[in-house]
Each structure stands twice: as structure tokens, then as C-alpha cells.
Design a protein around this ligand. Structure first.
Ligand code: AMP
Length: 374
């Protein structure tokens, strides 16, 4: 384990908004940033000191990144596991490659969550549609069939209500093996972002309550409107998983809250998470600062929330109306990620609003023309 100091270089695999915000946090302390991303003008590339434009699995590019970086981290999980493993033999990758192997594959992920002693919905895994047909009765209907690899924002998954409808899930196997899990009639979705240092000390950020629209995160409300019992279960589950994985860095644990106050883990992300963006303004340590501390071998800080907050995502279709409304809302902290093309549904930025009256601020958001067509 090493301590990485300001003036040294943090290499980031992936040049999206998470890399950008990680990089901005690191630059405040005086680190240098190197980024590997296939696009010339990536959000992180715009703020990085060194930029390598190449595919994530390009061996020469990874070697170049290794040469210029004192520590390497990543901003997303869909990177080539074998490539990262090789890289970790010649560069300092404190998070390790195993975290990626587990979290990029839903079957591995569910196996490890279960091994950690944290609860998941009943599920089966299948390598072929025929295997799914044979096993599905263990889960029953309704269920959600999800590809093991590569799904995000609701892509690569289907809700299936009956045996007659199961055939529709056949096409998912063109991508990869799948899991089928029981449909969970949740009351809320929440996420716990847990961060753990090289010394094993971990802290959770205040829990976010997440509201999705069309499978994309729309809004995170912090603190989540859940009682102390649910909070305790959520944190306990996140700690069990982080300790089991011997986490270094960041793990976002997405969970369903049930009517009886129990929780089920939905999925994991081994990186800062959209639902933790509020922490940039609303906490004494943001998820990005804490992540940098963890991978650089610095002691972690206990997070504190300055004020209840709401984070709202800005998708392509929201950018123009947001620009028009900026003058009306001095309390909105605006973050745009520098993406050139404002495509519909593409995450272009977010807004964080700290407030002492969550209900009033939620109404203010509803009343604005940014997210709701009037
Ligand atoms: P995921 O990609 O697994 O995070 O799923 C995206 C969204 O689909 C989740 O945030 C939920 O809103 C919904 N979802 C996924 N799995 C289930 C499930 N088993 N039961 C009910 N809703 C689900």
C-alpha cells in the first residue's frame, strides 16, 4: 500500500462525468490527472493534464497510462477485466481487478452479495433460454430478466408477467447469460455509497432516496425518507458487502425498500455514483474527494450532511430550458459536464439544491419548466 501525494499523477480509466468530477476533486489538492478515453473531447479529458485517446482495452494505451500514473483508478465497471488484471501487475491499482470481475457480471455480483450475508430477491442464472425455461419456476412471475453483462439505465432487461410471455426474453441471450429475479414490489429505492480506505476504515454517505423515470435516475433526495430501522439495515448490508469484497475506494449499493421495512440489494457499482453527486455541495467530504483519499492511501473523513438536499439530473432535453431558468434560481448549483451533443435522455449534467424544506423544494422543481413540460 502506498501514499500518493499532491504533485503525483492519478490515472483514470474512462473520461465521462464521473472521471471529470473525480479529477476536479483531485486537482483541488494538487494532483495531476491522466485519462484514458476513446473520445477526443471527453468530459474528463477537458480537465485532465494528460490525455490518452484510445480504446479502454488497448494494451499500448494502458501501458502508456501505467507509465505516466502513480496510481490508477476507474470511473466505470465495463472495462476489460483481463486487461485491468494485467495492468495491475505493472501499475498501482489499489482497487484491484477482482472488484471489476464481480460487479460487471450480475451473476458474480449476486453470488458475492449473498456470500457477504446481504439479502437479494430470489433469482436464478441461466446460460441459455432453455435453461431459463427449466429454472424459472423457482422465481415465478412477475419477474425481471436481465443480461449478466453490459446493462445500464434499464437497458438489457425485461419484466415478464407470465410463462406465455417468457419467449420475449429469448433475445436477451444474444448478448450474454442472464439472470431472472423476482419482481420486487418496493416502496422506495435507496442507495448507500460506502467508501473504504487502505486501512479498512469505511464510511457511508448519508443515504439517498432515488426516483427513476424511464429507468434513468431523475432525482435523489437526501436524507432518504426512511426510518431509523431501515437506515440501520441498509448501512449494515453495505458494510457487510464492502468488508466481504475487501473494498478499497467506492462502492454504490442500490437497494429496494419493502413495505415491511426490510431491504433487498438490487445492484452494485464499484465507483462514485449518480445518486452521490449531492455530496459535492451538501457534505463536508464529497464522494469524489473521499474516493481520491481512499485510492491515494489517505485516511477517510467521516461524512456529515450540511443540509437536506435534492439532486436532479439534467438530460439532453433539459439543457435548453435549464439555461433559460438559471437566473430565477440562485439556490440551484448547476453542473454541466461539457458534453458537446445534447441528445435526448443523455446525462448532460445535474442540479443540486440544498434546502431546509424538502417538500417546498420538491414543489419548486415540479413547478419549473426544466423537467416538466408545461
Ligand atoms: P437495474 O439496472 O438492475 O438497476 O434496474 C433498473 C431499474 O429497474 C431499478 O432501479 C428498478 O427501478 C427496476 N428494477 C430492476 N429490478 C427490479 C426488480 N427485481 N423488481 C422491481 N423493479 C426492478
Amino acid at each position: 500500500m502506498k501514499t500518493i501525494l499532491p504533485g503525483q499523477t492519478i490515472g483514470i480509466i474512462g473520461g465521462g462525468q464521473l472521471g471529470r468530477m473525480m479529477g476536479l476533486a483531485a486537482k483541488e489538492a494538487g494532483f495531476r490527472i491522466a485519462v484514458l478515453d476513446p473520445t477526443e473531447d471527453s468530459p474528463c479529458g477537458q480537465i485532465a493534464d494528460y490525455k490518452i485517446v484510445a480504446a479502454y482495452d488497448d494494451e499500448t494505451a494502458l501501458n502508456e497510462l501505467a507509465k505516466m500514473s502513480d496510481v490508477i483508478t476507474f470511473e466505470f465497471e465495463n472495462i476489460d477485466y483481463e486487461g485491468l488484471k494485467k495492468l495491475s501487475e505493472k501499475a498501482y491499482v489499489p482497487q484491484g481487478a477482482d472488484l471489476i470481475r464481480i460487479t460487471q457480471n450480475r451473476i458474480n455480483e449476486k453470488t458475492e452479495i449473498t456470500a457477504a450475508g446481504a439479502p437479494v430477491a430470489p433469482y436464478v442464472s441461466a446460460d441459455s433460454f432453455e435453461e431459463l425455461e427449466r429454472k424459472i419456476e423457482k422465481v415465478g412471475f412477475p419477474c425481471v430478466v436481465k443480461t449478466a453483462f453490459g446493462g445500464y439505465d434499464g437497458k438489457g432487461q425485461m419484466k415478464i408477467d407470465s410463462m406465455d410471455q417468457l419467449e420475449e426474453a429469448r433475445s436477451l441471450f444474444e448478448h450474454s447469460s442472464c439472470i431472472a429475479e423476482a419482481f420486487v414490489p418496493f416502496t422506495k429505492e435507496v442507495s448507500v455509497i460506502i467508501q473504504r480506505g487502505v486501512d479498512g476504515q469505511s464510511y457511508c454517505l448519508p443515504i439517498a432516496e432515488n426516483i427513476h423515470k424511464d429507468h434513468i435516475l431523475h432525482e435523489s433526495i437526501v436524507p432518504a425518507r426512511i426510518n431509523a430501522g431501515v437506515t440501520e439495515k441498509a448501512i449494515e448490508a453495505a458494510e457487510k458487502i464492502a468488508n466481504h469484497l475487501e473494498l478499497i475506494g467506492t462502492l454504490a449499493v442500490e437497494m429496494f425498500v419493502l413495505t415491511d421495512g426490510n431491504i433487498l440489494i438490487n445492484e452494485l457499482a464499484p465507483r462514485p455514483h449518480n445518486s452521490g453527486h449531492y455530496s459535492i455541495e451538501a457534505c463536508n467530504v464529497s464522494q469524489f474527494h473521499q474516493h481520491v483519499r481512499a485510492v491515494c492511501g489517505w485516511p477517510l473523513r467521516e461524512p456529515k450532511l450540511w443540509a437536506p438536499s435534492i439532486m436532479v439530473n439534467v438530460l439532453g432535453e433539459h439543457v435548453e430550458p435549464l439555461q433559460k431558468e438559471i437566473g430565477s434560481y440562485p439556490d440551484w448549483s448547476i453542473h454541466l459536464y461539457g458534453k458537446a451533443e445534447a441528445k435526448e435522455k443523455r446525462k448532460m449534467g445535474h442540479v443540486t439544491i440544498m434546502t431546509d424544506d424538502l417538500k417546498k423544494t420538491l414543489e419548486e422543481i415540479e413547478a419549473s419548466t426544466v423537467w416538466f413540460n408545461k
